[in-house]
Design a protein around this ligand. Structure first.
Ligand code: ATP
Length: 495
C-alpha cells in the first residue's frame, strides 16, 4: 500500500490528496444503549424483564404483595392450590364402601342371570304327574344304589359310562319326567350301577367289615339305601351360591384324582344346617347323584328311639355298609337327636354321641376312602364343639327366596294340574314369605285337601290356595333365623 511496488500507472493519487485520519477516540464505536460500561446500565430492576424460557434457572416469580400493601378496594389474590386433590379410589376396588354394595349386587345379578356363573343350576320347569303314577323303581334289595341309577339287569353287557366314569358318558337322566309332553321314563334304557369315579373317591374295597353285626348290616342295606330318583343341581330351586360351593369344595375334589402321592385328602364330612324343610336332605341326595354314590339315609330320631345299645349297633352297621359299597354317601338327618347340649353351651353327651364321634373319626369308615358323611340339623347350636369339629365343611341352607319359592310352587302345583296366572303366582309368592320348600309343599297339599281332592273333581284354584294359607304358615321365627345367621358367622363356611 505504500505505492512503491505498484506500477506507476496504478497510483495516481499522492498521499497529500488523501483526507486526514480521524482522531483515535472516534475509531471506537459507541456501545449500544444499555450495554455501555456505566454500572447503572446493568442494574436491571427485578421483574423488569419477562421470564425467558430455556435460558437457565430463572428466579421464582415475585410473591404477591402482602395484603396491607394493597390499595384498598382491591381483592387479595387467591393463592394457587399447593397440590392436586387426591382422587377417590375406583369404586370396584373400594373395601366395603357404599358403592361396593352396588358392585356386588351387580356381580351377584350377573352370577345368577341367564348367562351367569350359576346358570347351570337353574331350576327346571314344572312337571306334571306321571300317567302311571309310578315313575321310579322301588328299592330292590341291594340292586338299587340309591343315587338314581338302577342296577343293570342280570346278563346285560357292562356299560362303562357316566359323567365321571371311564367310558362313554351316560345320557344325563335328569329329574323325574312327569309331563305328557315329555318322554315317559320307561323310554330311557336301563342303567348300569352308578359308575365308579376314577378320583380319590373310588375305592375298590368292598370287604364285609369285621366285628359288625350281620343282622344290623342286612337291616341297613335293605331298609336304609335310598332308591329315590336322581337329583340334579337343577332340581334344587335357588341356592345358587351354595350349590356352586358344594360342587367346588366337595364334589370336584372328591372326584379328582390326587395331584401327587400324599396330597391332602378332600373333605369327607359336611354339615348342612338351616330351618326345617329348607332342602338339606334334598342337597344331600343331590351330592350322592353328583358323586355317582350309593345313598344311605339315617334319621337321628330313628337311631335314638330304640335305645342306645340298638342305636349304636345300627349306627356302626350304617357306616360299615357305606364302606362296603363305595362310593357311598351316608346322610344322617336330625343329627341333633343323637346329641344334646346344655343351654350354657357345654355338652351333656347323648348316649349316641360317643359312637357317632368314633365313626366320624374313621374307625367305622367315615375316614375310609369312598365314604362321604352328610349331617343335617335344624338346631346347630345343639352340636357341641367335638361334634362340630368332626365336620370339615359347614354350610347354611337358607329359606328359598322369592324366585325360588315361585319355582317350587309352580312345580308342586303343576303336579296337581293347577296353573296359576302370573299375577296369582306373584301374589302367592309374596304371601309365602318365610316358607321353607317343605312348607310350600304342605301348602299345596292342604289346598288340594281343602278342595276335596284327591278325587280331583276340579282343578285347584287360587282361592283354594288362599284358604290353605290361613292354615299353613312358616314355622321358623325371625329370632330363629337370626340365630342361624349368627351360627353361620361363627362356625359356618359362608358361600
Ligand atoms: N330348594 C328347593 N327346591 C326344590 N324343592 C325343595 C327345596 N327345598 C325344599 N324342597 C322340598 O321340600 C321338602 C323338604 O325338603 P328336605 O327334606 O330336603 O328339607 P330338610 O331341610 O332336610 O328338612 P328337615 O330339617 O326337616 O330334615 C322336599 O320335598 C324337598 O323336595
Amino acid at each position: 500500500y505504500g505505492g512503491g511496488s505498484l506500477a506507476p500507472g496504478y497510483c495516481t493519487q499522492t498521499g497529500a490528496a488523501l483526507p486526514p485520519p480521524p482522531p483515535a477516540a472516534l475509531l471506537q464505536p459507541p456501545p449500544p444503549p444499555g450495554y455501555g460500561p456505566s454500572g447503572s446500565l446493568y442494574n436491571y430492576p427485578a421483574g423488569g424483564y419477562a421470564a425467558q424460557p430455556g435460558y437457565g434457572t430463572l428466579p421464582p416469580p415475585p410473591a404477591p404483595p402482602p395484603a396491607p400493601y394493597l390499595t384498598s378496594g382491591l381483592a387479595a389474590p387467591t393463592p394457587l392450590p399447593t397440590a392436586a386433590p387426591s382422587r377417590p379410589p375406583p369404586s370396584s376396588y373400594g373395601f366395603q364402601g357404599a358403592s361396593e354394595a352396588g358392585v356386588s349386587l351387580k356381580r351377584k345379578a350377573a352370577d345368577e342371570g341367564a348367562e351367569g356363573r350359576y346358570r347351570k343350576y337353574a331350576f327346571e320347569p314344572a312337571k306334571a304327574p306321571a300317567a302311571d303314577g309310578a315313575s321310579y323303581p322301588a328299592a330292590d334289595n341291594g340292586e338299587c344304589r340309591g343315587n338314581g341309577f338302577r342296577a343293570k339287569p342280570p346278563g346285560a353287557a357292562e356299560e362303562a359310562s357316566g359323567k365321571y366314569g371311564g367310558g362313554v358318558p351316560l345320557k344325563v337322566l335328569g329329574s323325574p319326567v312327569y309331563g305328557p309332553q315329555l318322554e315317559p321314563f320307561e323310554k330311557f334304557p336301563e342303567r348300569s350301577p352308578a359308575p365308579a369315579p376314577r378320583g380319590a373317591f373310588a375305592v375298590p374295597s368292598g370287604e364285609p367289615p369285621k366285628g359288625v353285626d350281620p343282622g344290623a348290616l342286612e337291616l341297613v342295606t335293605s331298609k336304609m339305601v335310598d332308591c329315590g330318583p336322581p337329583v340334579q343341581w337343577a332340581d334344587v330351586a335357588g341356592q345358587g351360591a351354595l350349590k356352586a360351593a358344594l360342587e367346588e369344595e366337595l364334589v370336584w375334589p372328591l372326584l379328582r384324582p390326587p395331584a401327587y402321592p400324599g396330597s391332602p385328602r378332600p373333605p369327607r364330612t359336611v354339615l348342612l344346617f338351616g330351618p326345617r324343610g329348607a332342602g338339606k336332605a334334598l342337597l344331600g341326595r343331590c351330592l350322592a347323584t353328583q358323586l355317582g354314590a350309593t345313598l344311605l339315609r339315617l334319621r337321628g330320631a330313628t337311631l335314638a328311639a330304640p335305645g342306645s345299645a340298638e342305636g349304636t349297633r345300627l349306627l356302626q352297621a350304617a357306616f360299615a355298609a357305606a364302606r362296603c359299597r363305595p362310593p357311598a354317601v351316608l346322610l344322617i338327618s336330625e343329627l341333633e337327636a343323637l346329641l344334646s347340649a346344655r343351654e350354657d353351651g357345654t355338652s351333656a353327651a347323648g348316649a349316641l354321641q360317643a359312637p357317632l364321634l368314633a365313626c366320624l373319626d374313621g374307625g367305622c369308615g367315615a375316614g375310609a376312602d369312598g365314604v362321604l358323611v352328610v349331617g343335617t340339623t335344624s338346631r346347630p347350636a345343639a352340636l357341641d364343639e367335638a361334634t362340630r369339629r368332626r365336620f370339615a365343611l359347614r354350610f347354611y341352607v337358607t329359606l328359598p327366596d322369592g324366585p325360588a319359592r315361585g319355582q317350587i310352587l309352580q312345580r308342586a302345583l303343576a303336579q296337581q294340574g293347577c296353573a296359576l296366572s302370573e299375577r296369582e303366582l306373584a301374589a302367592l309368592v309374596q304371601g309365602t314369605q318365610g316358607f321353607s320348600g317343605g312348607e310350600l309343599g304342605q301348602l299345596c297339599q292342604q289346598a288340594a285337601a281343602g278342595a276335596g281332592l284327591p278325587g280331583l273333581q276340579r282343578p285347584l284354584s287360587y282361592k283354594d290356595l288362599e284358604a290353605a294359607l290361613a292354615k299353613v304358615g312358616p314355622r321358623a321365627s325371625p329370632k330363629e333365623l337370626d340365630s342361624f345367621v349368627e351360627w353361620d358367622k361363627m362356625y359356618g363356611f359362608g358361600h
